[in-house]
Write a protein that binds this ligand. Sequence first.
Ligand code: GLC
Length: 744
Amino acid sequence: MAKAFDRIPRRALARARLGALVAAALAPAVAMAQLAPDAAQAKAAETERQMTDDERFSMLVSLIGEVPSIGVPRDPRIPAEVDNMSAGYTPGIPRLGIPAFQSSDASMGVTNPGYRPDDKGATAFPALILAGSTFNPELSRLGGAAIGREARSRGFNIQLAGGINLQREVRNGRNYEYYSEDPWVSAVMASAAVGGIQGEGVISTLKHYTLNANETNRHWLDAIVDPAGHRESDLLAFQIAIEKSQPGSIMCGYNKINGDYACGNDLLLNKLLKDTWGYKGYVMSDWGATPAWDYALKGLDQESGIQLDVQQWGAEAFTDKLRKAYADGGFPKERLSDMVRRMLYAAYSVGIDKWGAAPEVDLAKHNAIALDMARQGIVLLKNDGVLPLAAGRKLKIAVIGGHAQEGIIAGTGSGAVKPVGGYAGVVKIGGAGIMGAGRNMHLFAPSPLAELEKAFPDATIDFDPGYTPAEAALTARRADIVVAFGIRVEGEGFDNVDLSLPWGQDAVIDAVAGANPNTIVVLETGNPASMPWRNKVKAILQAWYPGQAGARAIAEILAGKVNPSGRLPITFPESLEQTPRPELAGLGTPWGTPTTIRYDEGAEVGYRWYAQKDLKPMYPFGHGLGYTSFAYRGLKVEGGNTVTATFTVTNTGKRAGADVPQQYLVGAPDGKRMRLLGFERVELKPGESRKVTLTADPRLLAKFDAEANQWRIAGGSYRLALGKSAGDLQLSDAATLTGRLFGK
Ligand code: GLC
């Protein structure tokens, strides 16, 4: 790295930065010019041809900003004037109009784990698992656009968003950063967010390519999967999302897949992503995921956060070592040019070189988007008639536990966003490995207690911290209604050992439910929970990590001001015994232990697994209750190249609400399998009906034929079912398809 940066004279860098600042200030406030693919490719080639090798090599790496908590000081190669540091900095080439590439995390907002002490905070949007629960791609796009504006207003032209790994492992600490267990939901929701971000002139990633489904020993983890099943699950999510949103960059993950590290995986990077799918952008590594220079030959285009490679692997890869390989002839010029052209392609196709004036950031508007997401993504799992609570009644309400007097919790790791105004509180948790330092309980104001007091002005509300079951039971006994919070901090670098709530909360909830049957439980977790007290409580609300506006949404739903419409994007098992891996290999071994996890379920992830094994989960994929009711009628399925289903949804209840009818494949001529083929979120007034038409992406119907290296639809009858969830199928119909091989 020293050589690459040092060969661009510092005074040229200084002139460039000044020029860029002046240009940005004076440039007419016109929308940036985003070039169409061919034009972007042509311009990238034209620019790259004019570059020196030093300039080319300077683009192949990024530097992470100072992070004292993980022992990363400020790198002297980052110019002193760069005061908006974050995850990655790559100097630009001013003489060619190439801006510095500056990346920030992540999918739920602009993070700041300490890079910018004066940053007043960014909008902390809800967790992606909550976004997935909205089944509302337009809302996902709006959230992405807001994040893009907040990134751009800080000078970041890359947002490390688009977490799209499938939630195939219910212990995975990062599931809160992903949308769903299903590839279609993941692709539809992620591509909408990427489109929102890139529409603001900011490159977005999709990550972590691929099969980054656990955090246990992630840098030493080998994820084993059947290649055809991989194509029908995680890879299909990436493939469809790339087609729908053309992300400027794909981030490869830490783990191995079938023996080869993701960032050095020639089969998945060169042969599949770039050759077969024709991906034109660039592949960046995860931070500390580049152990060797020859990853440049295997499809990696940029080494990210190179200081972390020194920590992890003992050396930088794409600086001196790659230069030496270049000098020795091991790293050909045409590959060097290709790496740079891909980065420039991303820059020109998104328009980071043509920024006008910084966009206006309306934090009130962004908070409203975050509130809408929370309102639509909170899932009512159970309601024995106790909800909604009448806001006008003189109720005695006991609010128990969950730090509900302080705030709402969030997930941890690189995706953690410090909300506008900062945290209401931080409780250190800690743990092994590089992510242990950031593993804290972060609390966002306003608190659920404060919002409940606003929503129920005539009620008497007692708060009990849930410090002991006995004490909490005494508070519960005095109340008409109990709202008990169950929280679990989850995040990057850690997998949950089981599905229980920490800190003895299950015992507290059990005690309060025993003291008062009118108990409502509100969960703030990043994954399914085990809920041993489930049959003793009257209602359960899964609020996930609902973001900075989450407390208000919880209170509005409990008070009936909002009709809940969230649907589970992940299956809740009765126990880990129901899942493909009751025992998780490597769990509990010291951080750094080489670990192999076999994902033998292949494509049968989540609801697909439960259908294949005829298992009844605690709560199925797609499940969610509300304060009205819906009926489906008239399902008609037609065949052809794929299947098209039409049906009518009616709101048969007394209040407006939203439903998410789901179309499933439940019978095929070439073997038993269940696949979500489509969904649509429909908002209806009482008595109102809507006709819905869903046409399936044929790859969801097909099996991937590894021999032919193509998708295969077998000729015969395909049975479809229309459901309120994967476990509540209402109507069915069938269509006949002609067998064929197609696509890649
Ligand atoms: C992290 C994460 C990745 C993030 C990157 C930069 O370790 O795996 O999601 O974007 O490093 O912070």
